[in-house]
Structures are given as C-alpha cells and as structure tokens.
Design a protein around this ligand. Structure first.
Ligand SMILES: [Zn+2]
Length: 267
C-alpha cells in the first residue's frame, strides 16, 4: 500500500524526485500540483514504500548526522571488542547482500544498552549493549536488526512520511511561511536519528535481521534468549533500545513464530 499522496487543488501529476523543492512548494501552495511521489517496491521486503528522497540526499544527510554523533559521543577504545563487532557486522552485511558497500561499525563509550544505524551504513553500538552480548549470535541479532533498517529503507520512508505530512500542513494553512516550509522540506542533519522508526518498521527489521543471522550462519534461536536478557536488564526503566521498539513480549513471540515457521527452531 502506498496511499500517502498529498493533493491540492486542480492537480497535475508530477514526479517530485525530478522537481526543484522551491517549485514543488509553490506548486502545492497554489494548488496546481498533486504530489504522488515515488512509490517503490522494496526488493528486500516486497512491500511498496512511499519514498520522496533519493539515495544521494539520504547518504549526504547520513554523513552529516554521523559526523555529529562522532563529535558528541566518545568512542570506546577496545581493540578486541572493535574487531569482534566488525567481524560480526561484516558477516551480517555480506549475508544481506550489502558486502560491496562501505560499512562503519563504531563502539561508543556509553552505558546505554542501545545501538543505532544510519542509512549510509554507519552503525553505532554502545558499550552497555556490548557488555550484554555474551555470544556473537546475540550481537548478530542486534546487527541483523540494524542492517535490516537500512535494506528496509526505513529512514527514507520515515523521512518521506514526515515531509509529506508537513507539506500537507503547510499547504492546508492559509499562510505559507516559505522559510518554515523550506526547512520542513530540507534535510536536517538529524534525519534517521531524530525520527524514530515506527513499530511496523521495527517489527520488519526484527524479521529481516533473523534472515540475515541465518544466512550468515549464526544461531537464530539465540535471538530469543538475547531479547529476554534485554527485557530483564531493563529494570524499572526499559533501555532506550526497547522503549522505542515494539512491546518486548510481542516482539519475542513474533520472532519465535518466525523462526519456527522457517524450520529453524524449534525455539
Ligand atoms: Zn530498530
């Protein structure tokens, strides 16, 4: 399904990826454009996605966001841990069919039990999460999930929805402040970081991640104790990685079902 088109007035169909953004906004404001932007089928998931941003723009934003994180967060300097992260990460990336693109795996010195990925292939992994990953299979569960966000094109999808919503709001209003509108249409350096993924995207990344784990030769059954451990380690306040992610019980049940359905269990 791809039903996020933004309409205004007497429409004219356009391909927004080929349109200057200032013209786009003017067209929307004057009601002469119908925004039917790129619905593309994701080869990894078979799901149709609403994507307004091209890969080069996303790559650029990703690099900016990465530079910002690198500046703000100290790196955890542990050569053995770094080697382990890169080894597992590289196996997962290759299993995802993305071994040919550059990936960067960085350990950050923070107690957070968290990890993140940027669409350009930059993966941040926090020491607090690393310390939990007593097996490479557990680390692979995290990295499979993160790489799944990239191949699932989740940042582009999230950004595109946000942009369409904001554009629709701008157009709906009687006053169009071009500065604000341009900011809404422009790309902040925070893309992919400031916009949380949806629950559906998180669930999708979980399943894609299990597939990559399996393809890379990791023990997918270990995803279950890993997520159970994450759940336990949350204490009264769940770790951020969980709080922005689906309900842990549902999540574990879904992953379990998938593994068993694939015949990779029983688990
Ligand atoms: Zn996620």
């Amino acid at each position: 399904m791809c039903d996020h088109a933004v309409t205004a007035g007497q429409p004219q169909l356009v391909d927004v990826s080929k349109l200057d953004r200032r013209l786009l906004l003017r067209g929307l404001a004057s009601g002469t454009l119908l925004l039917v932007a790129g619905c593309a089928t994701n080869t990894e998931t078979g799901r149709s996605q609403f994507i307004l941003i091209d890969d080069a723009q996303l790559e650029q934003a990703s690099l900016q966001a990465w530079a910002q994180v690198r500046q703000q967060t100290p790196v955890w300097r542990n050569a053995a841990a770094q080697r382990r992260l890169e080894s597992v990460g590289t196996r997962i990336a290759q299993a995802a069919g993305r071994g040919g693109q550059p990936w960067e795996f960085v350990l950050f010195d923070s107690n957070e039990k968290n990890a993140f990925v940027l669409p350009g292939g930059h993966v941040g992994f926090y020491r607090g999460l690393y310390d939990i990953c007593e097996r490479d299979d557990w680390m692979a569960a995290v990295l499979g999930h993160e790489v799944g966000h990239v191949t699932g094109r989740h940042a582009a999808e999230r950004y595109s929805r946000e942009m369409a919503t904001q554009t629709a709001l701008q157009v709906a209003g009687t006053q169009i402040n071009s500065q604000i509108a341009m900011a809404a249409l422009g790309l902040g350096a925070q893309v992919g970081l400031s916009l949380p993924f949806s629950r559906e995207q998180e669930a999708e990344a979980d399943i894609i991640g299990i597939r990559y784990m399996h393809a890379a030769g990791f023990d997918v059954r270990q995803a279950i104790p890993f997520w159970q451990r994450m759940q336990q380690s949350g204490g009264s306040r769940p770790p951020e990685f969980l709080s922005t992610h689906p309900d842990p019980d549902n999540r574990i049940a879904r992953i379990r079902d998938y593994i068993n359905q694939q015949g990779w269990g029983p688990v």
